[in-house]
Design a protein around this ligand. Structure first.
Ligand SMILES: *Cc1c(COP(=O)(O)O)cnc(C)c1O
Length: 451
């Protein structure tokens, strides 16, 4: 399999070349396109900033990906247990190397990776895991599938990540683990989350499903907690349709992960515990292996483009790009996100701003409509036999009362999100179009009341 033989050092060099550094050193000029400052919005009949130009398509593929798939088809090794040199075992080795983890177990999805970890840690009925309400449903599905209780803690509304103070407030004697989610592909507040976990003797399962290759305090996301989980679902920055992976350094725990994900059957061929069958198949791994050679280059391009956008957008009072925590060295920029401050835009609804921007040729969207604390699964579990048996009536009553997450509600209302897996691979001129379009709508916000 042809892939670049990137070493850990080369990776760090690539990551730090990402222009988060350039932003802080001010080497990227703020462009301000003066012609935009007073012109008619496209939605009112003016000239759009961008027309008839496409964005890079996603998911990514090239001839190397197709060759890799074809090779697997012809080999007739279609299942991971057929050969130790098949694509799944090979991908596991390569992904561990790429992330700096000792071990990797590939799975059929990010949700499966998370659930496997919950089971492998022996977390089940009666136990509690604290996580975010602002995430993919797969995050809580992994806890619910083990019939443990997902306890939702509110957010830092500037970073869209778990607020460590809120996490701390929700710890009970039954809390077993924390599941921080690195939203948008950028690091959660891992210094504080790890400090809480250490003091309270809790496990940490990093939901890094959006956060491939991102670095925090000299480590890649997924290698800071006890285990880290990734998704390779179509939209993610490393994609194979559906797929996932667990990484970790604890040999015994990672061995249990293998056993759980393999219907309870160990690498030694002994069926010894409860487990679903969550194996990645060889075609999925073939697609992943076929694109690893360019993955660092694409990661670096997204970081450079994101940093450029941030320098341009930072000057617009009506929008605030996602806050990054101290210790952040790079992000995966699965999404490029900011908060829309309606009051700065003459109280024009976010939907009107999006419509005006779309007319200029740039699409932003609201992303998650409402937090998981507002979805009906809560009624379902509070009414279910297993939860009523395994948790006291008092605990379930408190649980219901703790469900409010007003900061998450605020984030859902303010979010302005750009899908970034493909678009952030575009050229600097494409990024300038995005910033120009946003600046134009901002500069002409008085016209939005006529829309
Ligand atoms: C995508 C995602 C998941 C679930 O991954 P799947 O591969 O879709 O199962 C979990 N958490 C987060 C934050 C995600 O973005």
């Amino acid at each position: 399999m042809a892939r670049s033989d990137l070493t850990r050092r080369q990776f760090i060099a690539a990551a730090s070349a990402g222009s988060l550094a350039a932003v802080t050193s001010g080497t990227i000029p703020a462009y301000g396109n003066l012609t935009n400052k007073a012109s008619k919005l496209a939605i009112l009949g003016g000239d759009p900033v961008r027309k008839n130009k496409a964005w890079p398509e996603w998911p990514y593929w090239d001839d190397e990906v197709l060759d890799s798939l074809m090779k697997t088809a012809k080999s007739r090794i279609w299942c991971r247990i057929q050969s130790p040199s098949g694509t799944v075992p090979t991908f596991e080795k390569e992904y561990a190397k790429l992330t700096g983890a000792r071990f990797c177990v590939a799975t059929g999805s990010g949700t499966q990776a998370l659930h496997t970890c919950v089971e492998a840690m022996g977390i089940g009925p009666g136990d509690e895991v604290i996580t975010s309400p602002y995430t993919d449903p797969g995050t809580i599905a992994s806890i619910l599938s083990a019939r443990a209780l997902p306890v939702l803690a509110d957010l830092d509304p500037a970073s869209y990540q778990l607020d460590p103070d809120e996490v701390e407030r929700r710890i009970t004697e039954n809390t077993r683990a924390l599941m921080p989610v690195h939203m948008m592909g950028q690091p959660a507040d891992m210094r504080r989350i790890m400090a809480i976990a250490r003091t309270r003797n809790l496990k940490v399962i990093e939901d890094a499903c959006q956060a491939h290759l991102a670095e925090f305090d000299g480590k890649q996301l997924g290698t800071i907690g006890d285990v880290g989980c990734f998704s390779f679902q179509s939209s993610k920055v490393l994609a194979c349709g559906e797929g996932g992976a667990i990484i970790g350094d604890d040999e015994a725990l990672m061995d249990r992960c293998y056993t759980v994900h393999n219907h309870g059957t160990s690498r030694r061929g002994v069926t010894e515990t409860i487990g679903p069958k969550y194996r990645m198949n060889e075609f999925e791994a073939a697609v992943l292996l076929g694109q690893l050679s360019g993955v660092i280059e694409r990661f670096r391009r997204r970081n450079e483009n994101a940093a450029y956008l941030t320098t341009r957008l930072n000057d617009i009072p009506g929008l605030t790009p996602q806050k990054l925590y101290e210790g952040t060295q790079s992000g995966s920029f699965y999404l490029y996100t900011m908060s829309y401050h309606k009051e700065q835009f003459n109280n024009v609804p976010r939907a009107t701003f999006f419509k005006a921007l779309a007319a200029e040729g740039v699409s932003l969207s609201p992303y998650i409509a409402r937090g998981l604390h507002r979805e009906p699964w809560i009624d379902h579990i509070l009414d279910s036999k297993v939860y009523k048996t395994m948790y006291s009536a008092k605990r379930l009553r408190e649980y219901r009362e703790q469900c409010a997450c007003p900061k998450c509600d605020q984030v859902c209302e303010e979010m302005a999100m750009l899908w970034a897996s493909g678009p952030l691979l575009a050229t600097r001129q494409d990024m300038a179009d995005i910033a120009d379009a946003i600046e134009k709508v901002w500069a002409n916000r008085d016209q939005l009341t006529q829309v």
